[in-house]
Design a protein around this ligand. Sequence first.
Ligand code: NAP
Length: 248
Amino acid sequence: MSRVMLVTGGSRGIGAAVARLAARRGYAVAVNYHARADAAQAVVEEIRGAGGRAVALQADVSQEAQVVRMFRAVDEELGRIDALVNNAGILETQMRVDSMSAERLLRVLSTNVVGAFLCAREAVRRMSTRHGGQGGAIVNVSSAAARLGSPNEYVDYAASKGAMDTMTIGLSKEVAPEGIRVNGVRPGTIYTEMHASGGEPGRVDRLKSAIPLRRGGTVEEVAGAVMWLFSDEAGYTSGSFIDVSGGT
Ligand code: NAP
């Protein structure tokens, strides 16, 4: 039986790259998406075309009932989960904190923080030896923004990633004795469609000259770090972070 991984936000960008690489490494992959069924289905078809196992699962990770339903679908369609990638995340139009509405703050925090907590909860309920599980691993896709703060762009997003990092530390200590490792990957400036959500599709190219490696990163470079944290080579690594940020 192949190991089973759920990638939240697996339809596009970094999540899609993780789903593809995981499938190549032998995982059966649940590709979660929110709205872009077409993109999720394309990832699934690519994996199946290469002989792998994958399913597309719609769920808004900020909604508890949808998260519970998604994990039940993983149980039924792929089997016992071994690996969770908390990757789904959003940011909104660039602005200063003194312009942010409560509605915006709640949207960002409920997707990026509450969503990651709810998915971690469902994964732990299945993986933990305390609950009769056989262990597993969780990787939280945070951001260099957690360290840098994203001034004048999206401090709310940066703060959500700071919360995610604190969750990584606390949860890793809570569940390590129960066979679960929890780690984080903090990408820097990566070529994906996310920057368009902030109103600046060309953001990576604007910033690249200030990055020590003088270029934006690729989704494959982030996926490689995520998959290392699931590997046997990372067996003694928990509560740790890999910065994939070109030296930033
Ligand atoms: P992206 O290209 O915008 O893709 C976002 C993914 O998240 C999509 O698959 C989207 O699904 C999904 N998603 C959004 N809201 C969701 C929700 N409520 N429930 C479930 N899925 C949801 O983003 P990306 O750049 O790959 O970013 C992936 C992760 O990396 C995020 O957590 C982001 O914060 C982090 N990150 C990115 C960068 C960067 O430079 N790109 C840097 C640091 C960290 P649909 O396709 O259905 O919309």
